[in-house]
Design a protein around this ligand. Structure first.
Ligand code: SAM
Length: 216
């Protein structure tokens, strides 16, 4: 999440592939209570996601990019599902999760973004505060998955080394996740996407962009 409460990304896994048993059980009820429920400890609220989703909706609408299908990779409590239902009421939403707890409770499809292979692509993929839980190898594979599955845009948020150094409130934010440089992500994403700011990456053929709409 963006550091509205000056925190980023709750405590995560070290050295485990995304869908390992450790990952599936690590993200339990206590995890979501602590990082999303309790106002004294949480890193993100439903309201934060509503504001963010409004921004992504407005930007894609401006770029004339239709959103009929949405994949929320690592969808957590489903804040994006609810925000998306209000903004793109006709879009089909698919949430995937590795957490046993969440899949039981919310009925998400249990799958990992590392190797998820549905038969179709998506107009918008949201991957918020997920990739930091993956090793370099798995995060690179997850970006390959995003590249394969994204027909339109990806909204990606992941805390980087720079964020940890400059922005994160270390009392709230976990440092045992896999921190990588922004450049590490940008290099891999650039093979298939154009960065247009605000965490939005557009598939190269999906929109006509003016030069200054691109970042970097
Ligand atoms: C910090 S939470 C973020 C939840 C949600 N995206 C949000 O921002 O509200 C991280 C989520 O990623 C999920 N996750 C971790 N590894 C994953 C993977 N390989 N594939 C899909 N989800 C994963 C966890 O189960 C957890 O629910």
């Amino acid at each position: 999440m963006k550091p509205r409460e000056n925190s980023r990304g709750p405590r995560g896994l070290a050295n485990r592939p995304g869908a390992s048993r450790g990952a599936r059980t690590r993200f339990d009820a206590a995890f979501y209570r602590r990082y999303y429920g309790d106002p004294r400890t949480r890193v993100a609220s439903r309201r934060d996601v509503v504001l963010l989703a409004r921004f992504v909706h407005a930007y894609l609408a401006y770029l004339a990019m239709p959103v009929r299908t949405i994949l929320d990779a690592g969808c957590g409590l489903g804040f994006w599902r609810d925000a998306a239902a209000a903004l793109w009421p006709r879009a089909r939403y698919q949430g995937i999760e590795v957490s046993d707890y969440l899949c039981r409770r919310y009925g998400w499809t249990q799958a990992s973004i590392v190797d998820y292979k549905p038969a179709r692509q998506f107009d918008l993929i949201v991957c918020q505060s997920v990739l930091q839980y993956l090793s370099d190898h798995d995060a690179a594979r997850a970006i390959d998955t995003l590249s394969t599955l994204a027909r339109g845009a990806v909204y990606l948020e992941v805390p980087t080394t720079e964020d940890w150094r400059d922005i994160c409130d270390r009392r709230r934010t976990d440092g045992t996740v896999h921190l990588r440089s922004a450049q590490w992500y940008r290099r891999r994403l650039a093979r298939r996407f154009v960065a247009v700011g605000g965490g939005v990456f557009v598939a190269r053929s999906a929109a006509a962009l003016y030069a200054l709409e691109r970042t970097g």
